[in-house]
Design a binder for this molecule. Structure first.
Ligand code: ADP
Ligand code: MG
Length: 267
């Protein structure tokens, strides 16, 4: 069964794009079939996967507007080792144009229906805001991965985001749930980090990934080479952490599938 996962947090700079690219690369090296969709007009996930955002034949923009199918817009086997649908500044216009289109919240969901069976995982990167682009991603997904930095105001931000996810779940997508909360740029030497982290686990329990992503300079350097850290320095702490995250995600989703099957059988 294809897992479609949205990576989101309305806060910028928390590691959404870094997580999307490095998780996609880690899943791909474990031989999962991965499609990454860049829903951020900044196109950082596109560039970070080794694809030039200024040179896209079709992008997420054309897909959402209906000028191209998703199939036609996929760049197969990008240098990063997975398939991608890229984005650039054009996507800024989509937000306004979508308002005029039928089923404006479901354009990505509809586009994915014909291709999703080709993949084990679809990962969607998002802009640091909650707009119609993000709503399209959430309406198309079964789970949300929330990267966060363990800072003072982070918990407040997460509560707001969880409220939004619940609303989308009620109104647009009953399947949507939190896949996991990921602690990024983690520095255990800071007592504040530890406090916030403890609160997070106390409040969200199993929804918090056990894997934490350390602050690691290789993760910050890799995008300037157009590569995931795994291909730039596979032994770096950052690469190893994202590989561990991929393992945790695969185990967790197999468990969830089993549970869902059981519930179905019990009726
Ligand atoms: P977002 O997509 O949420 O805006 P990014 O993934 O672009 O966040 O990360 C913001 C900045 O922090 C980028 O410069 C990125 O390279 C850097 N960064 C992200 N995660 C880490 C990490 N674990 N260690 C060091 N730098 C990181
Ligand atoms: Mg980003």
């Amino acid at each position: 069964m294809t897992k479609i996962l949205t990576i989101t947090n309305q806060k910028g700079g928390v590691g959404k794009t870094t997580t999307c690219v490095n998780l996609a690369a880690s899943l791909a090296v474990t031989r999962k079939r991965v499609l990454m969709i860049d829903m951020d007009p900044q196109g950082n996930a596109t560039m970070g996967s080794g694809v030039d955002k200024h040179n896209l034949k079709n992008s997420v923009y054309e897909v959402l507007i209906g000028e191209a199918t998703l199939e036609e817009s996929i760049i197969r086997n990008a240098p990063a080792g997975y398939d991608i649908v890229g984005a650039n500044g054009d996507l800024t216009a989509a937000e306004v144009e979508l308002l005029q289109l039928p089923r404006r919240e479901f354009r990505m969901k509809m586009a994915l229906e014909k291709v999703q069976d080709q993949y084990d995982f679809v990962l969607i990167d998002n802009p640091p805001s909650l707009n119609l682009l993000t709503v399209n991603a959430l309406a198309a997904s079964s789970g949300v991965i929330i990267p966060m930095q363990c800072e003072y105001y982070a918990l407040e931000g997460i509560s707001a985001l969880v409220g939004t996810i619940n609303k989308i779940n009620k109104r647009l997508n009953p399947e949507l749930k939190i896949e996991g909360i990921l602690r990024t740029m983690f520095d255990p030497r800071m007592s504040l980090t530890k406090d916030v982290s403890d609160h997070l686990v106390e409040y969200f329990g199993d929804q918090v990934y056990r894997t934490v992503i350390p602050r690691n300079v290789r993760l910050a350097e890799a995008p300037s080479h157009g590569l995931p850290a795994l291909m730039y320095d596979k032994n770096s702490r950052g690469s190893v952490a994202y590989l561990a995250l991929a393992g945790e995600l695969i185990r967790k989703s197999a468990q969830n599938d089993k549970q869902a099957d059981k519930q179905e059988q019990e009726g």
